[in-house]
Ligand binder design. Structure first.
Ligand SMILES: *Cc1c(COP(=O)(O)O)cnc(C)c1O
Length: 217
């Protein structure tokens, strides 16, 4: 547990998969964590973080970004269109592009602002009713639609169903990315990031294994 341990495990998983050192980006998911835990990880030199809520991120990151050089924060949770502008101002990547309406809003704002964060399309690989994301069968058409809007689509993201073997979902995501010529694969969390790296993850999103358990109380 802890940043150093997770960094070592990422490096080991890269090596075992025959991948270049540093080819996987470790996103430290800091949602809900006490500020002093986040600060401790910043003090250890880590600079890439993930948050799942726009408001929460706006409450802590502008200050940290002023105090620490080179910080990037990625949005990994659902995005409402009315918060899209705020999200584009704060985050360097958005991993939750999951519907045409959001794609249209991001495209319009990107035109207006002259910039756009890197985008990952979220795919609902488990076809779960309660989960966000494009269905696998609709993914190719949605990727094409986003490209038609000139959006900077960097890759795909998934959150496998909790009760299923994650590797099957990672493999499916990788297949969809490959046939669409996408390099980025945002997949793998505290419990399964090594499997994700073995299956090509370029971005792993690790929270509790770095910071400790989240206390939602
Ligand atoms: C919270 C969260 C994570 C990190 O989960 P851990 O199990 O704490 O590593 C990763 N991805 C998403 C989308 C999350 O919301």
């Amino acid at each position: 547990m802890g940043l150093t341990d997770i960094r070592d495990r990422v490096a080991k998983a890269e090596a075992e998969a025959g991948r270049d050192p540093g080819s996987v980006q470790l996103i430290a998911v800091s949602k809900v964590q006490p500020l002093e835990r986040v600060e401790a990880v910043l003090e250890q030199g880590h600079r890439l973080f993930g948050e799942n809520k726009v408001q929460e991120a706006r409450g802590k990151w502008p200050d940290f970004m002023e105090r620490y050089e080179g910080v990037s924060v990625h949005l990994i949770g659902p995005l409402q269109t009315n918060k899209a502008r705020q999200a584009m101002e704060l985050f360097s990547a958005i991993h939750s592009l999951d519907r045409p309406k959001l794609a249209n809003t991001l495209a319009r704002l990107a035109q207006e602002m002259g910039a756009c964060p890197d985008l990952f399309i979220q795919v609902n690989t488990g076809e779960e009713e309660q989960k966000a994301g494009i269905l696998p069968a609709d993914a190719d058409a949605f990727i094409a639609e986003c490209r038609g809007l000139d959006l900077p689509i960097k890759g795909l993201m998934c959150i496998p169903p909790v009760e299923e073997t994650p590797s099957l979902h990672f493999a499916l995501l990788g297949k969809i990315a490959e046939r669409n010529g996408l390099e980025g694969l945002s997949m793998g969390m505290s419990s399964d990031f090594e499997e994700a790296i073995a299956l090509g993850a370029t971005h792993v999103r690790v929270g509790s294994a770095i910071f400790g358990e989240r206390d939602y109380g």
